[in-house]
Ligand binder design. Sequence first.
Ligand code: ZN
Length: 145
Amino acid sequence: MGDLNRYFSAHEYFDRREYDLFKKGKLPIRILDPKLLEGDMMLRERYGSITINDWFWGGQYHESGFRAYDCPTGAKYSDHRFGKASDKKFNNVTMEEVWADIQDHESLFRNMNFYTVEKKSLTPTWFHSSVGRYAGQSKIHFVGL
Ligand SMILES: [Zn+2]
């Protein structure tokens, strides 16, 4: 049981510094878009175990959820910086299986609030999805080649 919802805890979306701020009440949890958390929960129910950040348990990932303004990783205005994106590593299915599933069930993924997804060529071992969208957008925007 996570402290955000059935599956996820705040440290899976924050790095150590932001997690400490969150625990001290200095970083509101609303910085994480609830649509992202809901969508990630649906992915967890569809595919089983997911790793986002795992630094809390001694792992290597600490920039896969929210990224603060001074995080050196990624684009300056990445949806990660607005609490709208996460990079998910699936532990029970391959990325090939996930990509095939997306091709076959795009509307399902749209219903999980995923509006921007980085293509496999950009993200070979993880799944970047974002709830960020532009006005009027109704289809998933696949970023990359
Ligand atoms: Zn990402």
